[in-house]
Design a protein around this ligand. Structure first.
Ligand code: NAD
Length: 481
């Protein structure tokens, strides 16, 4: 007899919802206030869009009846778990996804717990005049559908959850299938603690067996008020075609320009730090470097001095054969899955070179037409290209950023060159004289989020991103001055 796995799961989830809360990991049973909805006790784990959205909707209604203090408390719980359990959850993510570096998986969860902006970021505006008072406040949308990438499965959920709940919303996540287990486990832990301490379950729901169909069902669900996707071009297109408002945190291919005035040793340290972080999985990470001819050789030397390992032309060819493949009817170049997010030592071995596992980055000279320049490689090999002068370097950077308007970096002491590049590339993030992650508040000013919405213009997402503007007007009164 043939069983429909999804049907069985749904029946099990309904039965669990009816019999009440599941035991917590410490053996105790979660509190279930009398007023709690039937889905309480699921701790956010669902197998279909319909029941996940229904539970999130109930959680949203409960949150709506609560106070700002409740929101703060919920965010504190998420922060506490992200920080205290970053090692266990980070290693779980590494184990499941097999991309990136364990120490950075851990660090990402910890820093998100520490630095994602909360309710303090919500803006209220007031207009006061002869005709009274108008207050503009930020109201929630309701239930948000989020899609998250394999490159930061639980970190993206964590940052999204903090921002979205700070804005007063609930969220249903369709995670990348290759990061679904850590997504579900993190969400379960967050909800379990929130339910125990605040009495609301399912504020963050996850589709435990995510598919393109479950993403589509979320996009189309009448109770989903807003979509937020973080990923490559396909998911961005799907979200924008959904007919709903979508916040799209799309792909990047961040170029670096180095002019003749740059501090080359600082540039080398910054490129290594940014391009090797989590083995170059960050969408903001340095992906290709354009150096003006007059300092090109000195820059390559600075990279070697700073600890990166240079590959020669034959070695780069050997690596390219394994690291770059083709896809689609037009056979366009893409990064080979087998090498995405792998260690620099693995890339070096693919190039026929043995280097210590502690090597952070491999690099080498290519011409501008090399696929490593145009492809978002997401691996710790960075191509360096000679440019005639800074104008040429900026033109190349603009071309190979592909118009994503995501992230660009310059190393220079010439303010005119900085200005010129900033104007030309018109990117959401533009970093001068630092590593890419400094633009997310990790070594620079500003706040942290792992969803950077370039195509739809919201920028580094924060609680305000996930709110609707509402105006409350008092006519001719309450101006008391
Ligand atoms: P991906 O595009 O393969 O997948 C991202 C998510 O979209 C996954 O959950 C996937 O299942 C889903 N998806 C893909 N096609 C879909 C469709 N047609 N309908 C619905 N869902 C769909 O990307 P990835 O490998 O997981 O992550 C890396 C990519 O994400 C890179 O391009 C990177 O630049 C980008 N990214 C962007 C940001 C940002 O803030 N802008 C942050 C992280 C990653």
């Amino acid at each position: 007899m043939q069983f429909d796995e999804n049907l069985i799961r749904n029946v099990v989830s309904q039965v669990l919802a009816e019999v009440g809360p599941m035991p917590t990991t410490d053996g105790s049973v979660a509190l279930r206030p009398d007023s709690a909805p039937a889905s309480a006790g699921q701790h956010g784990i669902f197998y279909d869009a319909e029941s996940a959205v229904a539970a999130a909707r109930e959680a949203f209604e409960q949150l709506r009846r609560g106070t700002m203090e409740d929101r703060k408390q919920i965010i504190e719980i998420i922060r506490r778990i992200s920080i205290a359990q970053c090692e266990e959850l980070g290693l779980m993510e590494m184990d499941e996804t097999q991309v990136g570096r364990p120490e950075h998986k851990i660090e990402k969860l910890r820093t998100l717990g520490e630095r994602s902006p909360g309710v303090e970021m919500l803006e209220t505006k007031a207009f006061s005049g002869d005709h009274g008072l108008a207050i503009i406040e930020r109201a929630p949308f309701g239930v948000i559908a989020a899609i998250t990438p394999v490159t930061h499965s639980l970190p993206t959920i964590t940052g999204n959850a903090v921002s979205m709940i700070a804005g007063g919303n609930a969220v249903v996540v369709n995670p990348h299938p290759s990061g679904k287990r850590v997504a579900a486990e993190g969400v379960r832990r967050f909800n379990e603690a929130i339910y125990r301490e605040v009495g609301i379950d399912n504020l963050i729901c996850v589709i435990a067996e995510p598919t393109l169909e479950s993403a589509d069902a979320l996009f189309k669900h009448r109770d989903v008020a807003l979509i937020c996707v973080t990923g490559g071009p396909a998911v961005g297109r799907a979200a924008l075609n959904s007919g709903k408002r979508a916040i799209v945190a799309g792909p990047g291919n961040p170029p670096v320009v180095i002019d003749e005035t740059a501090d080359l040793d600082n540039a080398a340290r910054c490129i290594i730090q940014g391009a090797s972080y989590d083995n170059n999985l960050l969408c903001i990470a340095e992906k290709e470097v354009f150096v003006v001819e007059s300092v090109f050789d000195a820059m390559m030397e600075a990279m070697r001095r700073a600890g990166a390992v240079q590959l020669n032309a034959a070695q780069i060819d050997a690596l390219t054969a394994k690291a770059i493949t083709t896809a689609g009817d037009d056979h366009h170049h893409v990064a080979a899955k087998e090498l995405i997010g792998k260690n620099a030592s693995v890339l070096a071995a693919a190039a026929g070179v043995q280097v210590p596992d502690s090597t952070e980055l491999v690099f080498g000279e290519t011409d501008e037409n090399h696929p490593f320049v145009s492809v978002e490689q997401m691996m710790p090999f960075v191509p360096f290209v000679r440019a005639r002068d800074v104008d040429h370097a900026i033109a190349l950077a603009k071309h190979y950023e592909h118009g994503f308007r995501h992230t660009a970096i310059i190393h220079s002491r010439n303010v005119r060159n900085m200005t010129k590049m900033g104007r030309e590339l018109d990117t959401t993030l533009y970093i001068k004289n630092g590593p890419s992650m400094a633009s997310l508040g990790l070594g620079g000013e500003g706040y942290l989020s792992f969803s950077i919405a370039g195509p739809t213009g919201e920028g580094v997402t924060n609680p305000n991103t996930f709110t609707r503007e509402r105006r409350c007007s008092m006519i001719d009164e309450l101006r008391v001055i």
